[in-house]
Design a protein around this ligand. Structure first.
Ligand SMILES: Cc1ncc(COP(=O)(O)O)c(C=O)c1O
Length: 383
């Protein structure tokens, strides 16, 4: 019913992902958007809106707010008051606004690494320090080292930034882990920023996403949750995200920090969000099955390549975090680009020795990329 196998030419559309390698035979598997068309319901809503032809300043219409609230209730059992919502044209803005809204200059922000790079730059942009706590890895499964987390809290730590599902290690943190994190944050007097942008992309049928803010009223009062339809429904270019902030005082600080700096959203972003949440569920389920197939094929292919590559179990997201330490490659990105595959360097995430591969693409494209990687490694290790 939905054709995820269709190979759509994105060259010449200004795609950040594809333009990086314009004119070169390199399959781009770096920045996190997918090479699929968005759900038909989204495309149809945008078409109708385009035909209206007037594109002035736009607010979130009641049906957009309702679509978000319905999604939160339906998918996560989270009853959210419309007053708790704050709209953002991008989630990275939300990370930066949160850092400005919490604490003072010179305070510290705590986070787990490796992590999506703006987690490391947002505190610095706001004149805060970053305290990095490494996630621990055992046989390709990553988890939180709570002893190290406890030990890392400084006198000036005010904020903990959580990424769940986690980019890049692909963990969907379970209830026990989240409860322990919540207990830790409350006890140490920290506010939490929960980036849950990948919440619709849980791949394992036995796992589910639990928003941190649903763990109880005390936790909700101290949490800023950031979400968006952009990853799940492939709408990153339309710029529509939102924060859920139950605490009135925290919300006021957040709105103050973004006032006059963060622009309004555009009509297409709002409409696409509403159409995706209301009419995109069938597409999303089909997508999850397709991505799971890609993930499993990728994991198997890596095992067969020489060089000892292995991949963390991606419970969620379409991003694979691949351990290349055994290859001894010092410039892995250049090596794989020369082979015709554009990956992202783990060092960008504070994860040296790893690369990140975006498998949100048609299976034939993934297959070709894996064949190229395999051939390059064979040449290197079997020569
Ligand atoms: C964890 C995480 N947060 C935020 C973003 C980007 O959000 P936006 O494009 O809305 O700024 C990404 C994109 O990859 C991400 O993985």
């Amino acid at each position: 019913m939905f054709d995820f196998d269709a190979v759509i030419d994105r060259r010449g559309t200004g795609s950040e992902k594809w333009e990086k390698y314009a004119g070169r035979d390199v399959i781009p598997m770096w920045v996190a958007d997918m090479d699929f068309r968005s759900p038909p319901a989204v495309i149809e809503a945008l078409r109708q809106r385009t035909e209206h032809g007037v594109f002035g300043y736009t607010q979130a219409a009641p049906e957009v707010v309702d679509a978000v609230l319905e999604m939160l209730e339906r998918d996560f059992g989270w009853t959210v008051d419309p007053a708790w919502l704050a709209w953002l044209p991008g989630l990275v803005s939300g990370l930066n606004v949160t850092c400005r809204a919490v604490g003072d200059d010179g305070d510290d922000v705590l986070t787990l690494v490796p992590v999506y790079p703006p987690f490391l730059s947002a505190p610095r942009n706001s004149r805060r320090g970053v305290v990095r706590v490494p996630l621990q890895e055992r046989t390709n499964r990553w988890s939180i080292d709570f002893d190290r987390l406890e030990a890392a809290v400084t006198q000036r730590t005010r904020l903990f930034m959580l990424c769940n599902p986690h980019n890049p290690v692909g963990r969907v943190f379970d209830r026990a882990e989240l409860e322990q994190l919540a207990e830790f944050s409350l006890r140490r007097g920290l506010l939490v920023c929960a980036d849950e942008i990948h919440c619709g992309l849980v791949l394992d049928p036995d796992k589910r996403h639990i928003p941190l803010g649903t763990l109880g009223p005390e936790v909700a009062e101290r949490t800023i949750t950031l979400m968006a339809p952009s990853k799940t429904f492939n709408l990153a270019g339309l710029g529509c995200s939102f924060a859920v902030i139950p605490s009135e005082s925290l919300r006021r600080r957040f709105l103050q920090a973004k006032a006059g700096i963060v622009p309004m959203l555009n009509p297409f972003g709002y409409l696409a969000a509403a159409a995706a949440y209301r009419g995109g569920e069938g597409w999303r389920r089909a997508l999850i099955d397709y991505l799971r197939g890609n993930r499993d094929m990728l994991a198997e292919a890596l095992k067969r390549m020489p060089g000892g590559l292995s991949m963390a179990a991606a419970e969620g997201t379409y991003l694979a975090w691949i351990d290349i330490r055994q290859t001894g490659l010092e410039e892995p990105i250049g090596f794989f680009e020369a082979a015709g595959v554009g990956l992202q360097d783990g060092r960008d995430f504070d994860g040296p020795g790893f690369v990140r591969l975006n498998f949100g693409c048609p299976r034939a494209v993934l297959k070709e990329a894996l064949a190229r990687m395999g051939r390059a490694l064979e040449k290197r290790f079997k020569a």
